[in-house]
Design a protein around this ligand. Structure first.
Ligand code: XMP
Length: 510
């Protein structure tokens, strides 16, 4: 199967490039810009796309590329920063500019035989750059320009080298899909052989070979990724898959029982339920640091897994729902975003766990996992559920986690979700949840002074969780939430609404 390698120079759009290529039916993977020539050659890509990035080619330590990458005989498309890099590496000239051009531009098509075949004159494109190409490298011609940018598209067709100043991967660039498909199909001769159905059939076969007649264990979390993982493994190994659902006491109201009902009955999964609330709460006693909570919860899960595996006996494999954005080797130009909170279970297994890993979703993006879920018969309500953090309500109780606090938060959170659903807001929000604060405030209830806890309501919209906006809820909704939570949840006398965007805030409070 043909594969496209996307080299990441730090653009916020790198994943989008890989997604767009897959949407065109071609398998794509992301590599850091400093991937070695040997490693890349081993991957045998049929085409290379070099992403944009936040740097200027004149910055100190700006990410670069060996000119040898252009001698592999593989077609190359450079986007934005990588257009400048290509120009510089191949002998052209780039001028630095302190002023960025950012936003829409209209594209003048100067030649329609290559990258811009089928693109209309004046179509809208999305620009975001500082530097510009002043002198073309040898053998290149300009095939597209805008009023502010003479070299918006440059091509050297006999070498199959192409550069674009604007971003073909973003939705604001109208001819983006056309340009990418020209690059892939007519200019590079790549074949469209990737589809989610083909992927599924391949995966099932691979797992069958990998696992042989051994047993596989899979932890279910209640999220889509672990469910889809189980369903794929189940197709491959049938009743030799054993799923575990751990009640850590940190789930939403009724969640554990609901899941214990649907997993075996709806999906015929072989599920062992483990009640471990006491273990988790005991280990979380007196712990207030968010990162310490995460660590303890992670470790406790692993312990329980080990115990259950020993209990079952003969389990050699562990299936995990790791998805592609969790495993992409991030490039150092990306900034500090990956180290703010210790999120996912990436990086293999902790020492002491002797399983071999089965990770069928390792190559997939989230929306591809959702498509797969739908093909595997998972209903849309389950698929479109909001993300819920692995450490659950523990990171929504600021300070120490106790059974009483969990009880308060569960009730408040349940009321909040009921109201959000009533308003048909659930699917318009990225997440909707309550947070319990470790402070008490004074109130007056039925002529009596009260001194009770504060609940925060957090409703956010987001595309990928990397940035988020608070939702402008109506005063009526806020008022209903406040009235119901204060009146119905014992121990709460104040409700506040969180109006913090991400950044500078994060979505969760811990
Ligand atoms: P933040 O709070 O960093 O969250 O803005 C971004 C997204 O990640 C989720 N999140 C987590 N998910 N384990 C998880 O599996 C965690 O420890 C964790 N912390 C945050 C959060 O709910 C949001 O969707």
């Amino acid at each position: 199967m043909d594969k496209v390698a996307v080299l990441d120079f730090g653009s916020q759009y790198t994943q989008l490039i890989a997604r767009k290529v897959r949407e065109l039916g071609v398998y794509s993977e992301i590599y850091p810009y400093h991937v070695s020539l040997n490693r890349l050659q081993e991957e045998k890509p049929s085409a290379l796309i070099l992403s944009g990035g936040p740097s200027s080619v004149y910055d100190n330590g700006a990410p670069s590329l060996s000119s040898q990458f252009f001698q592999l005989g593989i077609p190359v498309l450079g986007i934005c920063y990588s257009l400048h890099l290509m120009a510089q590496i191949l002998g052209g000239e780039v001028s630095a500019s302190s002023k960025r051009e950012y936003g829409f531009a209209s594209l003048n098509v100067l030649n329609r035989e290559g990258l811009l075949s089928g693109v209309e004159e004046g179509e809208q494109v999305w620009m975001s750059h500082g530097d510009r190409v002043e002198k073309l490298p040898e053998g290149f011609m300009v095939t597209g320009s805008t009023s502010n940018c003479r070299v918006a598209v440059m091509e050297r067709r006999e070498k199959k080298w192409f550069g674009i100043q604007f971003h073909p991967e973003v939705i604001h660039t109208k001819p983006g899909p056309k340009i990418l498909s020209n690059f892939l199909f007519s200019l590079s001769g790549v074949k469209a052989e990737w589809s989610i159905q083909a992927f599924l059939e391949d995966k099932v076969e691979q797992i069958r070979t990998q696992v042989g007649n051994q047993r596989v264990l899979c932890g279910l979390s209640g999220g889509v990724d672990s469910l889809v993982t189980s369903l794929i493994v189940q197709k491959a190994v049938k009743d030799r898959l054993f799923c575990i659902l751990v009640d850590n006491g940190l789930m939403r109201k009724g969640q554990y029982n609901e899941l214990m009902e649907i997993f075996p009955h709806k999906f015929s999964l072989n599920v062992v339920g483990v009640s471990a609330e006491d273990k988790f709460l005991e280990r979380l006693r007196k712990v207030t640091s968010p990162e310490r909570k995460r660590k303890i919860i992670g470790e406790t899960f692993i312990r329980i897994f080990k115990e259950e595996a020993e209990h079952l006996g003969g389990v050699k494999f562990l299936a995990q729902g790791t998805i592609y954005p969790d495993v992409i080797e991030s490039s150092p130009v990306k900034g500090p975003s990956s180290s703010i909170k210790s999120h996912h279970n990436v990086g293999g297994l902790p020492k002491g766990l002797k399983f071999k890993l089965v990770e069928p979703l390792r190559e997939l993006f989230k929306d591809e996992v959702r498509e797969l879920a739908s093909r595997l018969g998972v209903d849309s309500k389950f698929i479109s559920q909001h993300p819920f953090p692995g450490p659950g309500l523990a990171v929504r109780i600021v300070g120490e986690v106790t059974p009483q606090r969990l009880q308060i938060l569960r009730e408040a959170d349940d009321i909040l979700l009921q109201e959000i659903r009533k308003e048909h807001l659930y699917n318009r929000l990225w997440q909707a949840f309550a947070v319990l604060l470790p402070v008490k405030t004074v109130g007056v209830m039925g002529d009596r002074r009260s001194y009770q806890r504060v609940v925060v309501v957090r409703l956010v919209r987001s595309v990928d969780g990397m940035t988020a906006d608070w939702f402008p809820a109506t005063p009526e909704l806020l008022s209903r939430l406040s009235n119901r939570i204060v009146n119905e949840v014992e121990g709460v006398n104040r409700v506040v609404y969180d109006i913090t965007t991400k950044p500078p805030g994060t979505i969760e409070w811990e």
